[in-house]
Write a protein that binds this ligand. Structure first.
Ligand code: ATP
Length: 244
């Protein structure tokens, strides 16, 4: 079931409501525009008309600790779709951004609803925002944002993009659930990850520091070697990685 809306506050917010009303796994919500598109930690994801804003409802029989892998599946699906439609290879910035020319072309926000008593996963909503229109961004993000317009001269069809995204997502999702093969997923993810071996800046609410991004471990955590030689395993969705 694919619900198409003109303008919504946030596709994730609306799909979460549908989920609470009992919408089944696989329900997809697409909007032309979001008035309150969100990134992580309540940050705004600017979502003017012309972009692709799509959320997918999942009810996977898995632990909440595996949520990070859903974000990775979505990130890989965005890169699969753009490669398939336009023949362009994009890279992924851990954990939820897809970059073109080291600028953010697409962002992913995975949100979960947990059972209040058992803490088990009731459902997850995976939201994908993809810039497709003219790349006129406000000054605060202009140097860090990219649009599909820059990636290709080919005509951009948002319908074709949504179809390609979903066609890429479901086989990856089904394969992951069938085997819970995190190693295979991480191997694909690692291949498209940028910044490995590079100096990065780690920003969290608590601290900011620099180090070298080494690898992603078996849990999907980013390993960063700090300047004092210690290695931090970054798991939290509340950490941002930047180029210093
Ligand atoms: P970063 O802050 O490095 O961009 P992040 O993954 O930590 O990445 P998110 O919370 O996932 O950030 O996304 C929100 C951020 O994305 C905003 O704070 C802003 O910097 C940037 N942003 C907002 N709208 C867009 C957009 N349409 N395209 C690209 N970047 C955007």
């Amino acid at each position: 079931r694919i619900v198409v809306e003109e303008c919504v506050t946030s596709t994730n917010t609306l799909l979460r409501q549908l989920a609470m009303e009992g919408a089944p796994e696989g329900t997809v919500l697409v909007a032309q525009e979001q008035s309150e598109g969100r990134g992580r930690m309540g940050r705004a994801f600017l979502s003017p008309r012309g972009g692709v804003y799509l959320s997918i409802l999942l009810r996977p029989p898995m632990d909440a600790e595996h949520l990070l892998f859903l974000t990775m599946i979505a990130a890989l699906s965005v890169t699969d779709a753009i490669r398939g439609l336009y023949g362009v290879e994009l890279s992924i910035k851990w954990v939820n951004d897809i970059l073109y020319d080291r600028r953010k072309l697409s962002g992913i926000l995975t949100e979960a609803s947990l059972d209040g008593e058992s803490g088990s996963l009731e459902f997850a909503v995976v939201g994908i925002g993809l810039n497709c229109g003219e790349s006129v961004f406000p000054p605060e993000i202009a140097s860090r944002a990219a649009s599909l317009r820059e990636v290709t001269d080919k005509p951009i069809s948002r319908c074709a993009l949504c179809a390609a995204l979903l066609d890429a997502f479901w086989p990856r999702y089904d394969a992951f659930l069938a085997q819970m093969d995190t190693a295979a997923l991480l191997s694909d993810y690692r291949q498209r990850l940028c910044m490995l071996g590079e100096r990065v800046e780690v920003l969290s609410a608590r601290e900011t520091y620099e180090g070298v991004a080494l690898d992603v471990d078996a849990n999907g955590a980013l390993l960063v070697k700090r300047d004092d030689g210690s290695v931090a395993a970054l798991r939290s969705g509340e950490i941002s990685i930047r180029t210093p």
